[in-house]
Write a protein that binds this ligand. Structure first.
Ligand code: NAD
Length: 487
């Protein structure tokens, strides 16, 4: 059966999800579909009272279900059931998501949703395998490091991969025995509501996942500053991450994980497989139209092969075809909003004013919705706005080098250190670069995540604090207590 659908037939669940049910609410912020610009819904904004109600519901659910204290395998089983139901309902979930986001329905079913279900199962498996440990002490004592959940975790997610980001937050927090109050992005809030509804249908205690809709300044601030939120888990921009740190510092001290922005380099040496490199590089800036935190937006290539590689990347960038997110075959996404597209365009124009040369693109596409042309900018210095700013669009810059030292110097960014790519056939150079690149991820001869969820992701510098994925995110959702018993 085709996954394509008529967007006018989909009614998103407008409201908040508290205590296991949809709490209907009046929309406050107009929402437009990125694929055609049509207004289709309004996002409600939860204030302090509703956030408080969601936190109370999470606390009550923890108490009633003893979620953090049951046999851990019970949590694993419940999360597996949720992942199974998410896959069974993938089509409905994908349609709700494709309506408001930049994610095409075909990619959602085969990619985002399938991988999210797999990751939830992956996180679930830690529940009965990671725990407290005994430590060496003298004969007259018993020492242990006891591990326990935090309680209620406050999670905030961005709009670029809404289902995946919700899964990254909910999966480990729940597996670790916590309840969650999640605030999805106001641009793409409805898929999280449906995910929470599926959790209840799968048998997770009602109130364990609560979803409050709203913007950052009102709902986000109320959530991160709530005294009963024991830990904050955030993914979004560095600007919002700073605002959250400030709010948490002002309202009380609590741990937080911050997954923030990026401006990642891809370094290509002359000995690399250039066809493979071109495919990976073009793919990384055109996938989701460059709206990915790890997008490899700065190409740094050895001078002797720069022309050849550029020609090959240009060919691949030219081949993209825009299409609405509700068509199954769509590969190239729109930009999330009119405002975001204007921002992308503004930085591209500033880059050209500062001496950059657009080899392709540099403007909005002739299509309904908010599509932007894949853009490649040459002649950029380290101070050019296209190098300095996280553009969050399909824009790639190109710089050249003659030596390893020059490549390393160009790859270092003053603000960001999220991911990096290296293309070379030289093993010793690979190790030298893996050691010296200032980024939380180094991909070599590829530029994308795999389905090895054990590899954590997170940033150096102002790209963040802490990790998502891997064992690390599970452990970050538990706190430890040192217990020393005198025998
Ligand atoms: P954003 O920071 O504008 O918003 C992200 C979320 O934070 C939204 O839910 C928003 O409502 C909320 N928010 C904003 N201000 C807030 C505040 N003061 N207090 C509490 N919450 C607040 O980001 P965006 O535009 O939605 O997403 C794009 C950004 O996310 C990019 O910078 C991208 O690099 C980053 N991102 C990072 C990762 C990662 O793993 N490092 C993954 C995806 C996206």
């Amino acid at each position: 059966m085709s996954l394509s659908f008529n967007p006018d037939t989909i009614a998103p669940p407008v409201g908040h999800f508290i205590g296991g049910e949809l709490v209907s609410a009046k929309g406050a912020m107009e929402m437009r579909r990125p694929s055609d610009g049509k207004s289709y819904a309004a996002c409600p904004v939860a204030g302090v009272d509703l956030v408080d109600r969601a936190v109370e519901s999470a606390k009550a659910a923890l108490k009633a279900s003893n979620w953090g204290g049951v046999r851990p395998r019970e949590r694993t089983k419940a999360l597996h059931a949720w992942a199974d139901l998410m896959e069974a309902e993938a089509q409905t979930l994908a349609r709700i998501e494709a309506l408001s986001s930049t994610r095409p329905v075909g990619q959602l079913v085969a990619g985002d949703i399938a991988v999210t279900a797999e990751q939830i199962r992956f996180f679930a498996e830690f529940a009965d395998k990671e725990g407290s440990e005994l430590v060496p002490t003298d004969d007259a004592s018993l020492g242990m490091i006891m591990s326990e959940p935090y309680g209620v975790v406050g999670a905030i997610t961005p709009w670029n991969f809404p289902i995946s980001m919700a899964g990254w937050k909910l999966g480990p927090a729940l597996a670790a025995g916590n309840a969650v109050v999640l605030k999805p992005s106001e641009m793409t809030p409805f898929s999280a509501i449906f995910m929470a509804e599926l959790a209840v249908r799968a048998g997770l205690p009602a109130g364990l996942i609560n979803v409050v809709l709203g913007d950052g300044p009102t709902t986000g601030t109320a959530l991160t500053g709530h005294p009963e939120i024991a830990k904050v888990s955030f993914t979004g921009s560095t600007r919002a991450g700073s605002a959250i740190m400030e709010n948490v510092a002002r309202t009380g001290v609590k741990p937080m994980t911050l997954e923030l922005g990026g401006k990642s380099p891809q370094i290509v040496f002359a000995d690399a497989d250039l066809d493979k490199a071109a495919t990976a590089i073009a793919g990384s800036v055109t996938f989701n139209a460059g709206q990915a935190c790890v997008a490899g937006t700065r190409l740094i290539v050895e001078k002797s092969v720069a022309d050849r590689l550029t020609a090959s990347i240009l060919e691949k960038m030219k081949a993209v075809r825009p299409g609405p997110t509700w068509e199954e075959t769509t590969q190239y996404s729109p930009i999330i909003s009119h405002g975001q597209r204007a921002r992308v365009d503004g930085i591209v124009r500033a880059a050209v004013s500062a001496g950059g040369e657009c080899l392709i693109g540099g403007g909005a596409m002739e299509a309904p919705g908010y599509f932007y042309e894949p853009t490649l900018i040459a002649n950029v210095s380290q101070g050019n706005p296209a190098i300095v700013e996280e553009i969050f669009g399909p824009v790639l810059t190109i710089q050249t080098f003659d030596s390893e030292e020059e490549a390393l110097a160009l790859s270092s960014h003053p603000t960001y250190g999220l991911a990096s790519g290296l293309f070379t056939a030289d093993l010793s150079r690979t190790i030298r670069f893996a050691r010296r690149l200032e980024a939380g991820t180094v991909w070599v001869n590829r530029y994308s995540r795999s389905r090895d969820h054990i590899l954590p992701t997170g940033g150096y510098k102002r790209s963040g604090i802490g990790k998502d994925l891997g064992r690390e995110v599970y452990l970050a959702n538990r706190r430890t207590k040192s217990v020393l018993i005198s025998l």
